[in-house]
Design a protein around this ligand. Structure first.
Ligand SMILES: Nc1nc2c(ncn2[C@@H]2O[C@H](COP(=O)(O)OP(=O)(O)O)[C@@H](O)[C@H]2O)c(=O)[nH]1
Ligand SMILES: [Mg+2]
Length: 432
């Protein structure tokens, strides 16, 4: 598939034009929320909508704290092809003291924000798996290039990939293609489940199929030799899965927030952190359409602001927040090739802990207090200290150095860390 083809450019230009024409009737903003599985997208969107609908302590969100934002309402989902974000269900779960059900699908929700008396803004929030972004580079690859890359990675992850690699010599027919793709998927999944290998596991739909589970476009695998059937399936995956996602969803976003949960990687050690960093630069590549990126030949940059946020900052004491933010900035620095305005910060969509300083044997420790999952008692946790300089994470082992546990959601789900700063950054200039 030749991406520079005029046809595709014209198609995207037309879509952008349609969006633009609609926007001239009522201003609208499409906000993408992404991140790898379990990074906190669902909780974040739920908290963001709740804050907009019901307010709370949000001093830095000026339109709200000054009272200029007069009314916020939920509007019907505009896109018939994708499910609505299940806001009410998620709020109900949280108020029962449970976290939201996890999802593996794209979803969308629309709000209308009325401000300055008679002005309004339609805000479309799109929740989509970060795993799907890892697929965009495939558009620029042939089946041969994909295979060489995927097989080299498999060989470097032998304990996980040995079964799959041992199956490659038999001739490939329809049935064999299915078995091979299942074994390839099993290998990818085992890598992901072990936090030591979080990233670089394309094709993204093999792990997050959404509504594509079982589709023939998902039954291929890399091979060390050429094979017409596999090549055709790979091309079908690009044409029918990756490209439509890019065209219908990604290319239409105006702003984007990428959520990162650094806690499991910090628990697991240096190689997991490096892996997370690699995943992040892959996720950010299409967001940062620099001059040299091949994406820039595909469509003009539309996203003008990106936030890269460390989520679940309530897992560390606030004295550590600046360090957590630095860590995320470092993880994302490889990808920062200029382009859109990028803000990095550390946030908690819902703050499940309080803080305390506890003195033991004359030494005081900055601790967090929270109720661990599966328990009813509040406990004090000292999770460890992040280094002042994120480069010092080199050689660190995890485990003993850092210890993060999951907490139950708090009774008051309006508690947060820096959600108002996020709202101001993403929406402030649109509500003046
Ligand atoms: N303490 C705390 N935990 C969070 C927060 N956000 C998410 N989590 C945890 O992370 C899990 C996954 O979050 P979720 O939003 O479902 O992730 P998604 O897969 O990216 O949609 C939740 O079940 C919570 O345990 C937060 O702000 N604070
Ligand atoms: Mg989710």
């Amino acid at each position: 598939m030749n991406l520079q083809s005029l046809f595709r450019e014209a198609e995207l230009a037309a879509l952008n034009l349609v969006d633009f024409t609609k926007a001239s009737f009522e201003p609208r903003l499409r906000l993408g929320v992404t991140g790898l599985s379990r990074s906190g997208k669902t909780v974040f969107i739920t908290a963001l909508i709740r804050a907009l609908l019901e307010g709370g302590r949000l001093p830095l969100f000026e339109a709200m704290s000054s009272g200029r934002l007069s009314r916020v309402t939920l509007e019907p989902q505009p896109d018939d092809k994708i499910p609505r974000f299940a806001y009410e269900e998620h709020v109900a779960a949280l108020s029962r003291g449970e976290w939201c059900q996890s999802t593996s699908q794209i979803s969308e929700i629309r709000l209308r924000l009325e401000y300055n008396g008679n002005k309004s803004l339609l805000l479309d929030i799109v929740d989509y798996p970060g795993e799907w972004l890892l697929d965009l580079p495939l558009l620029n690859q042939t089946y041969r290039e994909f295979s060489d890359d995927a097989l080299a990675k498999a060989k470097s992850r032998l304990p996980y990939a040995s079964t799959f690699l041992s199956m490659l010599d038999a001739p490939v027919d329809e049935l064999r293609a299915k078995t091979l793709s299942e074994s390839f998927t099993a290998y990818l999944r085992s890598c992901r489940d072990d936090a030591a290998a979080l990233s670089s596991l394309p094709p993204g739909r093999f792990l997050m199929p959404g509504d594509m589970a079982g589709s023939p476009a998902l039954t291929f695998a890399p091979l060390p030799y050429d094979n017409a059937l596999m090549e055709r399936r790979f091309e079908a995956y690009k044409t029918h899965v990756v490209y439509p996602f890019f065209r219908d969803h990604f290319a239409r976003l105006d702003r984007q927030i990428v959520l990162i949960d650094a806690m499991p990687a910090l628990n697991a050690g240096e190689s997991a952190l490096n892996d997370l960093s690699e995943a992040l630069s892959e996720v950010l590549e299409p967001l940062n359409i620099g001059k040299n990126s091949w994406f820039s030949t595909l469509f003009k940059r539309r996203i003008d602001k990106t936030i890269i946020a460390a989520t679940k900052a309530d897992h560390v004491h606030s004295s550590q927040h600046a360090r957590l933010q630095k860590l995320v900035a470092r993880l994302g620095s490889k990808a920062n090739k200029g382009g859109a305005e990028i803000t990095t910060l550390a946030l908690a969509s819902i703050r499940a802990t309080r803080e305390a300083t506890i003195t033991r044997e004359g030494i005081s420790h900055d601790c967090i207090l929270g109720v661990a999952m599966g328990s009813d008692k509040e406990i004090a946790v000292y999770p460890g200290e992040l280094p002042e300089n994120p480069l010092e994470l080199k050689g660190f082992k995890g485990g003993d150095d850092f210890r993060f546990i999951r907490f139950k959601p708090p009774l008051d789900i309006a508690m947060h860390i820096r959600l108002d700063r996020v709202l101001e950054t993403l929406l402030g200039d649109k509500l003046r």
